[in-house]
Design a binder for this molecule. Structure first.
Ligand SMILES: O=C(O)CCC(=O)C(=O)O
Ligand SMILES: [Fe+2]
Length: 316
């Protein structure tokens, strides 16, 4: 009996001790959790900051954009949206070609000259052509007329360098589509600026461009500098850009920016969108740096000087 009581006392002692240990553990766990709980708001703040940083990286602040002339999501149809600007005085120093030299200067955007499907075909053409090489960063150029393709840090002639392989990338139909599209662009420019389309000549360079967010390795690849096309390319009187991908979907950054004295006005690329403008200093412009994705476009330009005319690109 006495032995029994002893065992009982021992047993109740043991359960007491166990309880204490458990309570101690629970207290310790509780205080550890309370410690972590203190971190939760900080973790949330850190997460929010990361989110904001990512968002800003993808969509930089528009502080320098005064006005968006055309958003990606808009459909400008059936008539072009036209913005007239005063012609610069530079034109007085150039030879005049009646029926072509700008009397009226400006810029315009239309989504009804090239269909989305046609632009997608041209985009695949650009992808195939530029996949043959491409620059090491920034912008890669494929000049359809001369065959010049950026390759690493230099240019090669695709027609010579790739020989018959080029026929796997391009077909006669592709070049036919380019010609048809070029003709329609020429017609809409003539109509908008009141020109005689037969007095406008396709001029060089006429090229596909592919821009991504990798760092440019050479000056050629630095596409973002403000410039005036008539100064950069000499022969240009009217510049047109046919976009083959969508701002905000295929790439971010990469908007086209007219840099006016009273602010910057931008055009957001959209597949099949044609933007065109007189090439003088009234249309100083730049392309924003692409921050994500890949942007494809075609530059098709016209000269009033028949001496600068080139024929449509063809397969050799
Ligand atoms: O791709 C663009 O939006 C503009 C390109 C450009 O300014 C040019 O080719 O001169
Ligand atoms: Fe330009």
């Amino acid at each position: 009996m006495a032995q029994m009581r002893m065992r009982n006392t021992k047993g109740s002692n043991a359960t007491e001790i166990e309880k204490k240990i458990k309570r101690g553990n629970a207290l310790r766990q509780g205080s550890a959790w309370r410690g972590y709980r203190g971190l939760v708001p900080w973790l949330l703040v850190a997460l929010c900051l990361c989110g904001v940083a990512m968002w800003l990286y993808i969509n930089p602040l528009d502080s320098d954009i005064t006005e968006t002339l055309v958003h990606q999501g808009e459909l400008v149809s059936p008539h072009p949206r036209v913005y007239t600007v005063r012609c610069s005085e530079d034109y007085e120093n150039y030879k005049r070609y009646p029926g072509c030299t700008p009397q009226k200067c400006g810029r315009a955007v239309t989504d009804s000259v090239v269909t989305r499907e046609e632009a997608q075909v041209l985009r695949r053409l650009a992808e195939k052509g530029l996949a043959l090489a491409g620059s090491e960063g920034g912008a890669s150029i494929l000049d359809l007329h001369s065959g010049a393709l950026s390759m690493g840090k230099q240019f090669v002639n695709i027609y010579r360098y790739f020989g018959d392989q080029i026929r796997d990338a391009f077909t006669q139909e592709d070049f036919q589509l380019y010609r048809v599209v070029r003709g329609r662009i020429q017609a809409v420019i003539a109509e908008t600026f009141g020109l005689n389309p037969t007095l406008m000549y396709l001029t060089k360079p006429t090229f596909f461009s592919r821009i991504n967010s990798t760092a440019a390795k050479t000056q050629h690849d630095e596409y973002w500098h403000p410039h005036i096309d008539k100064e950069t390319y000499g022969s240009f009187d009217y510049t047109s850009l046919l976009y083959l991908s969508d701002y905000g979907y295929d790439f971010t950054g990469g908007r086209f920016v007219f840099m006016d004295q009273n602010g910057n006005r931008t055009v957001e690329p959209r597949t099949g969108r044609v933007s065109f403008f007189s090439s003088g200093s009234e249309n100083l412009h730049r392309v924003e740096k692409v921050t994500w994705g890949t942007r494809y476009a075609i530059t098709v330009s016209f000269s009033c000087d028949p001496a600068h005319a080139i024929s449509d690109p063809t397969l050799p």
